[in-house]
Design a protein around this ligand. Structure first.
Ligand SMILES: [Zn+2]
Length: 444
Protein backbone atom coordinates (compact mmCIF):
# COMPACT_ATOMS: atom_id res chain seq x y z
CA UNK A 1 0.00 0.00 0.00
CA UNK A 2 1.23 3.46 -0.80
CA UNK A 3 1.07 6.53 1.34
CA UNK A 4 0.77 9.42 -1.01
CA UNK A 5 -0.67 12.89 -0.85
CA UNK A 6 -1.91 12.74 -4.44
CA UNK A 7 -5.53 12.37 -3.36
CA UNK A 8 -5.43 15.35 -1.02
CA UNK A 9 -6.52 18.85 -1.94
CA UNK A 10 -4.78 20.25 1.16
CA UNK A 11 -1.84 17.90 1.83
CA UNK A 12 -0.24 20.50 4.13
CA UNK A 13 -3.16 19.84 6.54
CA UNK A 14 -4.50 16.43 5.57
CA UNK A 15 -1.17 14.62 5.93
CA UNK A 16 -0.43 16.01 9.42
CA UNK A 17 -0.02 13.80 12.46
CA UNK A 18 -2.79 14.10 15.06
CA UNK A 19 -0.48 16.00 17.43
CA UNK A 20 0.16 18.62 14.77
CA UNK A 21 -3.56 18.99 14.12
CA UNK A 22 -4.09 19.46 17.84
CA UNK A 23 -1.46 22.19 17.87
CA UNK A 24 -3.44 24.01 15.17
CA UNK A 25 -6.59 23.55 17.23
CA UNK A 26 -4.94 25.04 20.31
CA UNK A 27 -3.79 28.14 18.43
CA UNK A 28 -7.26 28.60 16.99
CA UNK A 29 -8.99 28.08 20.35
CA UNK A 30 -6.93 30.95 21.76
CA UNK A 31 -8.05 33.18 18.88
CA UNK A 32 -11.66 32.02 19.29
CA UNK A 33 -11.56 32.97 22.97
CA UNK A 34 -10.40 36.47 22.04
CA UNK A 35 -13.23 36.88 19.52
CA UNK A 36 -15.89 35.63 21.91
CA UNK A 37 -14.65 37.97 24.67
CA UNK A 38 -16.20 40.81 22.67
CA UNK A 39 -19.64 39.15 22.54
CA UNK A 40 -21.74 39.66 25.73
CA UNK A 41 -23.90 36.55 25.14
CA UNK A 42 -20.83 34.39 24.92
CA UNK A 43 -19.22 36.01 27.97
CA UNK A 44 -22.44 35.22 29.88
CA UNK A 45 -22.43 31.62 28.59
CA UNK A 46 -18.83 31.03 29.75
CA UNK A 47 -19.72 32.76 33.03
CA UNK A 48 -22.28 30.03 33.79
CA UNK A 49 -19.34 27.59 33.97
CA UNK A 50 -17.31 30.02 36.09
CA UNK A 51 -15.12 30.77 33.06
CA UNK A 52 -14.39 33.52 30.58
CA UNK A 53 -13.80 33.06 26.83
CA UNK A 54 -10.10 33.90 27.15
CA UNK A 55 -9.67 30.74 29.23
CA UNK A 56 -9.69 28.80 25.94
CA UNK A 57 -6.02 29.73 25.68
CA UNK A 58 -5.45 26.96 28.25
CA UNK A 59 -5.67 23.61 26.42
CA UNK A 60 -7.33 21.97 29.44
CA UNK A 61 -10.07 24.58 29.70
CA UNK A 62 -12.37 23.37 26.94
CA UNK A 63 -13.32 20.21 28.83
CA UNK A 64 -14.46 22.30 31.82
CA UNK A 65 -16.97 24.30 29.80
CA UNK A 66 -20.65 23.27 29.92
CA UNK A 67 -22.10 21.92 26.67
CA UNK A 68 -24.08 24.22 24.41
CA UNK A 69 -27.63 22.95 23.98
CA UNK A 70 -30.49 23.70 21.63
CA UNK A 71 -32.63 25.09 24.47
CA UNK A 72 -30.02 27.80 25.11
CA UNK A 73 -30.17 28.88 21.48
CA UNK A 74 -34.00 28.85 21.48
CA UNK A 75 -34.03 31.15 24.52
CA UNK A 76 -32.12 33.73 22.50
CA UNK A 77 -34.54 33.82 19.54
CA UNK A 78 -34.34 35.10 16.82
CA UNK A 79 -30.55 35.53 16.35
CA UNK A 80 -28.91 33.42 19.06
CA UNK A 81 -25.24 33.85 19.96
CA UNK A 82 -24.12 35.30 16.64
CA UNK A 83 -20.81 36.31 18.21
CA UNK A 84 -20.52 39.29 15.85
CA UNK A 85 -22.51 42.34 14.80
CA UNK A 86 -25.64 41.07 12.99
CA UNK A 87 -25.04 43.49 10.09
CA UNK A 88 -21.93 41.47 9.17
CA UNK A 89 -24.04 38.36 8.50
CA UNK A 90 -24.50 37.77 4.77
CA UNK A 91 -26.89 34.86 4.91
CA UNK A 92 -28.82 32.74 7.36
CA UNK A 93 -29.28 28.99 7.25
CA UNK A 94 -31.46 27.07 9.64
CA UNK A 95 -31.84 23.69 11.26
CA UNK A 96 -34.60 21.53 9.82
CA UNK A 97 -36.99 22.29 12.66
CA UNK A 98 -38.27 18.72 12.88
CA UNK A 99 -38.35 19.12 16.66
CA UNK A 100 -39.66 22.68 16.93
CA UNK A 101 -39.03 26.10 15.45
CA UNK A 102 -35.94 26.24 13.19
CA UNK A 103 -32.86 27.86 14.78
CA UNK A 104 -31.01 30.38 12.62
CA UNK A 105 -27.25 30.25 12.01
CA UNK A 106 -25.43 33.15 10.35
CA UNK A 107 -22.68 33.05 7.75
CA UNK A 108 -20.39 35.94 6.88
CA UNK A 109 -18.97 36.29 3.37
CA UNK A 110 -15.76 34.69 4.65
CA UNK A 111 -17.66 31.86 6.40
CA UNK A 112 -19.08 30.87 3.00
CA UNK A 113 -16.40 31.74 0.47
CA UNK A 114 -13.33 30.73 2.49
CA UNK A 115 -14.35 28.35 5.22
CA UNK A 116 -17.31 26.32 3.92
CA UNK A 117 -16.09 26.34 0.30
CA UNK A 118 -12.71 24.90 1.30
CA UNK A 119 -14.16 22.36 3.73
CA UNK A 120 -16.50 20.94 1.08
CA UNK A 121 -13.93 21.12 -1.74
CA UNK A 122 -11.53 19.07 0.41
CA UNK A 123 -14.19 16.42 0.86
CA UNK A 124 -15.11 16.32 -2.82
CA UNK A 125 -11.45 15.90 -3.74
CA UNK A 126 -11.13 13.04 -1.24
CA UNK A 127 -14.12 11.37 -2.93
CA UNK A 128 -12.22 11.54 -6.22
CA UNK A 129 -13.81 14.64 -7.81
CA UNK A 130 -11.47 16.79 -9.87
CA UNK A 131 -11.58 20.24 -11.52
CA UNK A 132 -13.67 20.13 -14.68
CA UNK A 133 -15.87 17.27 -13.46
CA UNK A 134 -19.60 17.77 -13.78
CA UNK A 135 -21.70 17.66 -10.62
CA UNK A 136 -25.46 17.46 -10.12
CA UNK A 137 -26.41 19.20 -6.89
CA UNK A 138 -29.60 17.47 -5.82
CA UNK A 139 -29.57 18.78 -2.26
CA UNK A 140 -32.18 21.26 -1.09
CA UNK A 141 -31.66 25.01 -1.15
CA UNK A 142 -33.52 27.74 0.73
CA UNK A 143 -32.71 27.73 4.44
CA UNK A 144 -30.99 24.32 4.38
CA UNK A 145 -27.21 24.53 4.24
CA UNK A 146 -26.83 21.35 2.10
CA UNK A 147 -27.43 22.83 -1.35
CA UNK A 148 -25.42 25.96 -0.57
CA UNK A 149 -22.48 23.95 0.79
CA UNK A 150 -22.07 21.88 -2.38
CA UNK A 151 -22.56 24.89 -4.65
CA UNK A 152 -19.65 26.54 -2.83
CA UNK A 153 -17.51 23.39 -2.72
CA UNK A 154 -17.91 22.58 -6.40
CA UNK A 155 -17.12 26.17 -7.34
CA UNK A 156 -14.00 26.16 -5.18
CA UNK A 157 -12.78 22.93 -6.72
CA UNK A 158 -13.41 24.20 -10.24
CA UNK A 159 -16.17 21.74 -11.08
CA UNK A 160 -19.19 22.46 -13.27
CA UNK A 161 -22.36 22.56 -11.19
CA UNK A 162 -25.92 21.69 -12.20
CA UNK A 163 -27.94 22.85 -9.16
CA UNK A 164 -31.20 21.04 -9.86
CA UNK A 165 -32.11 20.55 -6.20
CA UNK A 166 -34.37 17.73 -5.02
CA UNK A 167 -36.99 16.21 -7.29
CA UNK A 168 -37.54 16.33 -11.10
CA UNK A 169 -36.49 12.70 -11.49
CA UNK A 170 -37.73 12.41 -15.11
CA UNK A 171 -35.47 15.23 -16.19
CA UNK A 172 -32.53 14.21 -14.00
CA UNK A 173 -32.23 10.66 -15.33
CA UNK A 174 -31.97 11.94 -18.93
CA UNK A 175 -29.55 14.71 -18.10
CA UNK A 176 -27.50 12.23 -16.07
CA UNK A 177 -26.97 10.28 -19.30
CA UNK A 178 -26.73 13.14 -21.80
CA UNK A 179 -24.53 15.47 -19.73
CA UNK A 180 -22.37 12.69 -18.30
CA UNK A 181 -22.53 13.87 -14.72
CA UNK A 182 -19.87 12.16 -12.58
CA UNK A 183 -20.99 13.47 -9.18
CA UNK A 184 -24.42 13.53 -7.58
CA UNK A 185 -25.24 15.03 -4.20
CA UNK A 186 -28.48 13.40 -3.30
CA UNK A 187 -30.36 11.60 -0.54
CA UNK A 188 -29.95 7.81 -0.72
CA UNK A 189 -33.69 7.38 -1.00
CA UNK A 190 -33.87 9.74 -3.95
CA UNK A 191 -30.92 8.00 -5.62
CA UNK A 192 -32.93 4.76 -5.40
CA UNK A 193 -35.87 6.58 -6.97
CA UNK A 194 -33.65 7.85 -9.80
CA UNK A 195 -32.38 4.34 -10.53
CA UNK A 196 -35.96 3.06 -10.72
CA UNK A 197 -37.15 5.97 -12.87
CA UNK A 198 -34.22 5.51 -15.21
CA UNK A 199 -35.00 1.83 -15.77
CA UNK A 200 -38.66 2.64 -16.42
CA UNK A 201 -37.55 4.98 -19.20
CA UNK A 202 -35.29 2.34 -20.75
CA UNK A 203 -32.09 4.02 -19.55
CA UNK A 204 -29.72 1.56 -17.84
CA UNK A 205 -27.90 3.42 -15.03
CA UNK A 206 -25.11 0.85 -15.08
CA UNK A 207 -24.14 1.45 -18.70
CA UNK A 208 -25.83 4.71 -19.76
CA UNK A 209 -24.76 6.85 -16.80
CA UNK A 210 -21.18 7.98 -16.11
CA UNK A 211 -21.77 8.53 -12.41
CA UNK A 212 -18.69 7.90 -10.22
CA UNK A 213 -19.55 9.48 -6.88
CA UNK A 214 -22.71 10.13 -4.94
CA UNK A 215 -22.49 12.18 -1.78
CA UNK A 216 -25.09 10.82 0.55
CA UNK A 217 -26.32 13.37 3.03
CA UNK A 218 -29.13 13.96 5.44
CA UNK A 219 -29.66 10.32 6.32
CA UNK A 220 -27.41 7.60 7.54
CA UNK A 221 -27.44 4.66 5.18
CA UNK A 222 -26.83 1.02 6.05
CA UNK A 223 -24.01 -0.93 4.47
CA UNK A 224 -26.53 -3.26 2.78
CA UNK A 225 -28.49 -0.37 1.23
CA UNK A 226 -25.23 1.24 0.08
CA UNK A 227 -24.09 -2.02 -1.55
CA UNK A 228 -27.47 -2.37 -3.23
CA UNK A 229 -27.20 1.12 -4.76
CA UNK A 230 -23.63 0.51 -5.89
CA UNK A 231 -24.58 -2.77 -7.58
CA UNK A 232 -27.00 -0.91 -9.87
CA UNK A 233 -24.54 1.76 -11.00
CA UNK A 234 -21.33 1.82 -13.10
CA UNK A 235 -18.49 -0.39 -11.87
CA UNK A 236 -16.32 2.47 -10.54
CA UNK A 237 -19.24 4.14 -8.76
CA UNK A 238 -19.22 4.62 -4.97
CA UNK A 239 -21.55 6.32 -2.49
CA UNK A 240 -19.58 8.54 -0.15
CA UNK A 241 -21.00 9.01 3.31
CA UNK A 242 -20.67 12.42 4.86
CA UNK A 243 -21.70 13.75 8.21
CA UNK A 244 -22.29 17.24 9.48
CA UNK A 245 -24.84 19.50 11.08
CA UNK A 246 -26.03 23.05 10.53
CA UNK A 247 -24.61 23.91 13.96
CA UNK A 248 -21.12 22.74 12.92
CA UNK A 249 -21.36 24.99 9.86
CA UNK A 250 -22.61 22.43 7.32
CA UNK A 251 -22.14 18.87 6.10
CA UNK A 252 -18.43 19.06 6.88
CA UNK A 253 -17.59 17.17 10.06
CA UNK A 254 -16.75 13.81 8.48
CA UNK A 255 -16.41 12.34 5.00
CA UNK A 256 -15.12 9.14 3.47
CA UNK A 257 -12.22 8.60 1.08
CA UNK A 258 -12.14 5.44 -1.10
CA UNK A 259 -10.18 3.67 1.61
CA UNK A 260 -12.48 4.56 4.53
CA UNK A 261 -15.48 3.85 2.28
CA UNK A 262 -14.33 0.24 2.06
CA UNK A 263 -14.49 0.04 5.85
CA UNK A 264 -17.81 1.93 6.03
CA UNK A 265 -16.10 4.71 7.96
CA UNK A 266 -15.48 8.43 7.54
CA UNK A 267 -12.54 10.69 8.38
CA UNK A 268 -12.96 13.66 10.68
CA UNK A 269 -11.60 15.46 7.66
CA UNK A 270 -11.86 19.10 8.72
CA UNK A 271 -10.29 18.87 12.16
CA UNK A 272 -8.22 21.99 11.48
CA UNK A 273 -11.46 24.03 11.39
CA UNK A 274 -13.89 21.93 13.47
CA UNK A 275 -12.73 20.39 16.73
CA UNK A 276 -14.62 17.15 17.35
CA UNK A 277 -14.94 15.42 20.71
CA UNK A 278 -16.47 11.94 20.89
CA UNK A 279 -17.80 11.51 24.39
CA UNK A 280 -19.50 8.75 26.33
CA UNK A 281 -23.16 9.90 26.53
CA UNK A 282 -23.36 9.07 30.23
CA UNK A 283 -19.94 9.96 31.68
CA UNK A 284 -18.98 12.60 29.04
CA UNK A 285 -15.41 11.28 28.98
CA UNK A 286 -13.68 10.75 25.61
CA UNK A 287 -14.32 7.26 24.26
CA UNK A 288 -11.55 4.89 23.22
CA UNK A 289 -11.07 3.05 19.90
CA UNK A 290 -14.10 0.92 18.98
CA UNK A 291 -16.38 2.60 21.53
CA UNK A 292 -19.64 4.48 20.93
CA UNK A 293 -19.85 8.14 21.84
CA UNK A 294 -21.75 11.32 21.12
CA UNK A 295 -20.23 13.86 18.74
CA UNK A 296 -19.58 17.26 20.32
CA UNK A 297 -18.29 19.99 18.03
CA UNK A 298 -16.50 23.32 18.38
CA UNK A 299 -16.17 25.55 15.32
CA UNK A 300 -12.70 27.07 15.25
CA UNK A 301 -12.86 29.46 12.29
CA UNK A 302 -16.52 30.40 11.86
CA UNK A 303 -17.08 34.13 12.36
CA UNK A 304 -20.89 34.19 12.65
CA UNK A 305 -22.77 31.75 14.91
CA UNK A 306 -19.78 29.84 16.23
CA UNK A 307 -20.48 26.92 18.55
CA UNK A 308 -18.33 25.75 21.44
CA UNK A 309 -18.97 22.21 22.67
CA UNK A 310 -22.25 21.80 20.80
CA UNK A 311 -23.96 18.52 21.73
CA UNK A 312 -25.06 17.05 18.41
CA UNK A 313 -26.85 14.11 20.10
CA UNK A 314 -25.50 11.97 17.25
CA UNK A 315 -23.88 8.70 18.29
CA UNK A 316 -20.99 7.10 16.41
CA UNK A 317 -18.41 4.43 16.96
CA UNK A 318 -14.80 5.60 16.96
CA UNK A 319 -12.76 3.36 14.66
CA UNK A 320 -10.91 0.40 16.18
CA UNK A 321 -7.83 1.93 14.53
CA UNK A 322 -8.25 5.70 14.70
CA UNK A 323 -4.83 6.64 13.23
CA UNK A 324 -2.41 5.87 10.42
CA UNK A 325 -4.42 5.23 7.30
CA UNK A 326 -3.09 4.01 3.95
CA UNK A 327 -4.67 7.07 2.27
CA UNK A 328 -2.13 9.22 4.14
CA UNK A 329 -4.60 11.08 6.36
CA UNK A 330 -2.64 9.93 9.39
CA UNK A 331 -4.10 12.21 12.02
CA UNK A 332 -7.73 12.50 10.94
CA UNK A 333 -9.56 9.94 13.06
CA UNK A 334 -12.10 7.63 11.45
CA UNK A 335 -15.63 7.17 12.73
CA UNK A 336 -18.38 4.78 11.67
CA UNK A 337 -21.67 5.92 10.26
CA UNK A 338 -24.17 7.55 12.59
CA UNK A 339 -25.70 4.89 14.81
CA UNK A 340 -28.58 7.01 16.01
CA UNK A 341 -29.35 9.95 18.20
CA UNK A 342 -28.72 9.80 21.91
CA UNK A 343 -32.28 11.11 22.35
CA UNK A 344 -33.65 8.50 19.87
CA UNK A 345 -32.16 5.72 21.92
CA UNK A 346 -34.98 3.59 23.31
CA UNK A 347 -34.92 1.45 26.37
CA UNK A 348 -37.68 -1.09 25.84
CA UNK A 349 -38.26 -3.38 28.82
CA UNK A 350 -34.63 -2.83 29.82
CA UNK A 351 -33.14 -3.45 26.36
CA UNK A 352 -31.35 -0.59 24.54
CA UNK A 353 -32.54 -0.19 20.94
CA UNK A 354 -31.13 2.18 18.32
CA UNK A 355 -33.31 2.83 15.25
CA UNK A 356 -30.28 2.02 13.08
CA UNK A 357 -30.37 -1.59 14.33
CA UNK A 358 -33.92 -1.88 13.02
CA UNK A 359 -32.83 -0.28 9.75
CA UNK A 360 -30.05 -2.84 9.35
CA UNK A 361 -32.50 -5.71 9.73
CA UNK A 362 -34.93 -4.22 7.19
CA UNK A 363 -32.10 -3.50 4.76
CA UNK A 364 -30.97 -7.12 4.75
CA UNK A 365 -34.46 -8.71 4.50
CA UNK A 366 -35.49 -9.33 0.86
CA UNK A 367 -38.94 -8.01 -0.06
CA UNK A 368 -39.00 -4.96 2.22
CA UNK A 369 -39.04 -1.36 0.96
CA UNK A 370 -35.73 -0.02 2.29
CA UNK A 371 -36.58 3.64 2.62
CA UNK A 372 -39.96 3.40 4.36
CA UNK A 373 -40.26 2.02 7.86
CA UNK A 374 -41.28 3.28 11.28
CA UNK A 375 -40.96 2.45 14.92
CA UNK A 376 -44.18 3.15 16.83
CA UNK A 377 -44.03 3.47 20.60
CA UNK A 378 -46.90 3.69 23.08
CA UNK A 379 -45.57 6.55 25.23
CA UNK A 380 -43.34 9.60 24.60
CA UNK A 381 -39.84 9.47 26.09
CA UNK A 382 -37.02 7.02 25.84
CA UNK A 383 -38.51 4.16 27.89
CA UNK A 384 -41.75 3.02 26.24
CA UNK A 385 -43.37 -0.20 27.42
CA UNK A 386 -44.13 -1.35 23.90
CA UNK A 387 -42.63 -0.79 20.47
CA UNK A 388 -43.99 -1.92 17.11
CA UNK A 389 -42.00 -1.96 13.86
CA UNK A 390 -43.91 -1.13 10.67
CA UNK A 391 -42.49 -2.15 7.29
CA UNK A 392 -43.66 -2.02 3.67
CA UNK A 393 -43.75 -4.96 1.28
CA UNK A 394 -42.29 -4.31 -2.19
CA UNK A 395 -44.87 -4.49 -4.98
CA UNK A 396 -42.72 -7.01 -6.84
CA UNK A 397 -42.35 -9.33 -3.83
CA UNK A 398 -44.20 -12.64 -4.22
CA UNK A 399 -44.50 -13.76 -0.59
CA UNK A 400 -47.32 -13.01 1.86
CA UNK A 401 -47.43 -10.06 4.27
CA UNK A 402 -47.37 -12.23 7.38
CA UNK A 403 -44.36 -14.23 6.16
CA UNK A 404 -42.40 -11.03 5.55
CA UNK A 405 -43.39 -9.65 8.96
CA UNK A 406 -42.33 -12.90 10.61
CA UNK A 407 -38.95 -12.87 8.84
CA UNK A 408 -38.25 -9.33 10.05
CA UNK A 409 -39.52 -10.23 13.52
CA UNK A 410 -37.17 -13.21 13.77
CA UNK A 411 -34.14 -11.13 12.75
CA UNK A 412 -35.09 -8.39 15.21
CA UNK A 413 -35.35 -10.89 18.03
CA UNK A 414 -31.90 -12.29 17.32
CA UNK A 415 -30.37 -8.84 16.78
CA UNK A 416 -31.92 -7.05 19.75
CA UNK A 417 -32.65 -9.88 22.15
CA UNK A 418 -36.20 -8.57 22.30
CA UNK A 419 -39.48 -9.78 20.81
CA UNK A 420 -40.93 -6.99 18.68
CA UNK A 421 -44.32 -7.07 16.90
CA UNK A 422 -43.95 -6.30 13.17
CA UNK A 423 -46.70 -4.92 10.91
CA UNK A 424 -46.49 -5.21 7.14
CA UNK A 425 -48.07 -2.53 4.91
CA UNK A 426 -48.41 -2.16 1.13
CA UNK A 427 -45.65 -0.19 -0.66
CA UNK A 428 -46.23 3.56 -0.57
CA UNK A 429 -48.29 3.78 2.62
CA UNK A 430 -45.76 4.71 5.35
CA UNK A 431 -44.32 8.25 5.72
CA UNK A 432 -41.42 9.42 3.49
CA UNK A 433 -38.85 12.02 4.61
CA UNK A 434 -36.83 14.35 2.44
CA UNK A 435 -34.19 15.32 5.01
CA UNK A 436 -33.76 13.72 8.41
CA UNK A 437 -36.16 10.82 8.86
CA UNK A 438 -38.13 10.67 12.10
CA UNK A 439 -38.12 6.95 12.72
CA UNK A 440 -39.72 6.88 16.16
CA UNK A 441 -43.33 8.05 16.40
CA UNK A 442 -45.79 7.87 19.27
CA UNK A 443 -49.01 6.04 18.50
CA UNK A 444 -51.72 5.05 20.96
ZN1 LIG B 1 -8.69 8.11 3.97
Amino acid sequence: MTTSTADMLHPEIEALEHDDLQAIQRTKLTALGKRLSAAPEWVAHFGESGMKPDDLADPQALSNLAFLQKSQLRERYPFPMLGIDGAKVDRFCATSGTTGLPVLFGYTQRDMQELLANQVARQLYAHGCRPGDRGYNGFGFGLWVGGLAYDLGMARLGMTNFPVGPGRSDLVVEWMRDMEWSLATVSPVFLATLIRTSREKGIDPKTDWKLKQAVIGGQSVSLAFRDELEAELPADFKTYNTYGTTEAGGPIVAASCPWSHARDEMHLINEDTVLTEILDPETFQPVGPGEVGEIVVTTLDKQASPVVRWRTRDLVRLSEHPYDFPCGRKGMRNIGRIIGRSDDMLKVRGVIVYPSQVEDVIATTPGTVKEAWQIYVDTPGSAPKQMVVAIERERSYNGADNELAEAVGRSLTSRLGLKVPVECHPEGTLPRYEAKAQRVLVRD
